[in-house]
Design a protein around this ligand. Structure first.
Ligand code: G3P
Ligand code: CA
Length: 375
């Protein structure tokens, strides 16, 4: 508890944005004590696919920027190439975030698992971002490569800030044995046995028991992760619908008549408190130290899902000594509203904004960090 207070006090004094009363109430949050017991930063700033609002997701640019800004964790989705290499990629195909359609016109819709590492390293994983977000485009993003897990570890270790890794097994059913592969590689890199300390004043997640957090939507993958790495903190990601928590109706976006997906998701409710409670109990019984719930955002948009961060839900997690890390939240209005429901950090594409909200704003600008690192 004391460690959390001093961290928050130090940050508040630095940025001058939190009132003393707010600091005191933050220290009293149930999730704060739970996080300290597990050995996790609180509140946690989880850089979702890196600083992916400002640079192409899961590339050296987005992860380096997140590290330099001061994120506690670099978040990544792992998958496995045809020749068995663990890589960082969200979608299970390469279409959205690479030029696969130009390089391999007949294979554009094939799963990542059908490509070798050498094949995917020929792809450009940055130019799509420049086209999609011209206001944030940089010539240096063109030609960025998909990263291996090894390369993401190099980035996490490579600066004065020492963030942890928050690793999701993505579509794990496509990759039998990926949980054991992950353990092997983390072990080889010393990430399961060593906790190097950062210099004073820098992000120090690497020194905490929660240096690595493992996350998954899939119950079976959670079980396998727990079997492979029983002592590594694990988080069960939460969703409403088939294969996940049961909703109160069978409505789909198409049958609902909702104007957009965000509106449909916002209308979705859990079937019952007992259904939600059963998931909390299952998560706890199978090794989870936290949940990663979907959340609804005030202004909608592609990342606005169902509201699984209602106060009673967060209390159920806390009552079971689990922390709550909602995804994926980028705006101050949502940081404030969802925090008031009792959560313990966020997955965010906008590391800089969340750090600002927590009174830990980076002293260096995004532009300066990117330029200093060759972008
Ligand atoms: O891992 C938490 C969050 O990232 C889940 O959503 O689809 O972005 O991986 P997704
Ligand atoms: Ca993820």
């Amino acid at each position: 508890m004391l460690k959390g207070i001093s961290r928050t006090l130090g940050s508040a004094a630095l940025a001058g944005v939190l009132l003393l009363s707010e600091v005191a109430s933050a220290a009293d949050e149930p999730g704060n004590a739970i996080a300290q017991k597990i050995g996790l930063p609180w509140p946690a700033v989880i850089a979702h696919r890196g600083a992916s609002y400002d640079a192409p997701e899961e590339t050296v640019a987005s992860y380096t920027l997140a590290r330099e800004l001061g994120a506690d964790y670099l978040e990544m989705d792992i998958q496995r190439t045809k020749d068995g290499v663990l890589i960082a990629l969200h979608d299970d195909t390469l279409e959205r975030t690479t030029n696969v359609a130009e390089v391999y016109p007949n294979r554009a819709r094939q799963p990542l698992s059908s490509f070798t590492l050498e094949e995917i390293k020929r792809l450009d994983a940055g130019s799509w971002f420049n086209k999609a977000y011209p206001d944030r485009a940089r010539p240096s993003y063109a030609g960025l490569k998909i990263l291996t897990l090894d390369e993401v570890i190099d980035i996490a270790e490579g600066g004065k800030n020492k963030p942890g890794l928050y690793i999701e097994t993505k579509v794990p059913a496509q990759f039998p044995g990926i949980e054991a592969d992950l353990r092997k590689q983390l072990q080889q890199r010393g990430w399961l046995s060593q906790r190097p300390a950062a210099q004073k004043g820098y992000v120090n997640t690497a020194h905490m028991p929660g240096r690595v957090v493992l996350q998954t939507f899939e119950k079976q993958s959670l079980e396998l992760l727990h079997k492979s790495m029983p002592n590594v903190p694990k988080v069960l990601l939460l969703w409403l619908g088939e294969g996940s928590i049961q909703a109160s109706t069978d409505a789909t976006f198409k049958t609902s008549g909702a104007k957009d997906k965000a509106t449909f998701y916002a209308s979705q409710q859990v079937k019952s408190k007992a259904e939600f409670e059963a998931w909390m109990d299952w998560a706890k019984a199978h090794g989870a130290v936290g949940t990663g719930p979907a959340s609804a955002l005030k202004n909608g948009g592609d990342q606005s899902y169902m509201d699984l961060v209602q106060p009673w839900m967060n209390k159920m997690a806390h009552d079971r000594a689990m922390v709550v890390h909602p995804y994926t939240v980028d705006d101050a209005v949502d940081f404030k509203e969802i925090s008031s429901h009792g959560v313990d950090g966020f997955f965010t594409n906008r590391t800089s904004e969340l750090l600002k909200f927590y009174g830990r704003a980076s002293k260096e600008s995004i532009d300066s960090i990117l330029k200093r690192n060759g972008f």
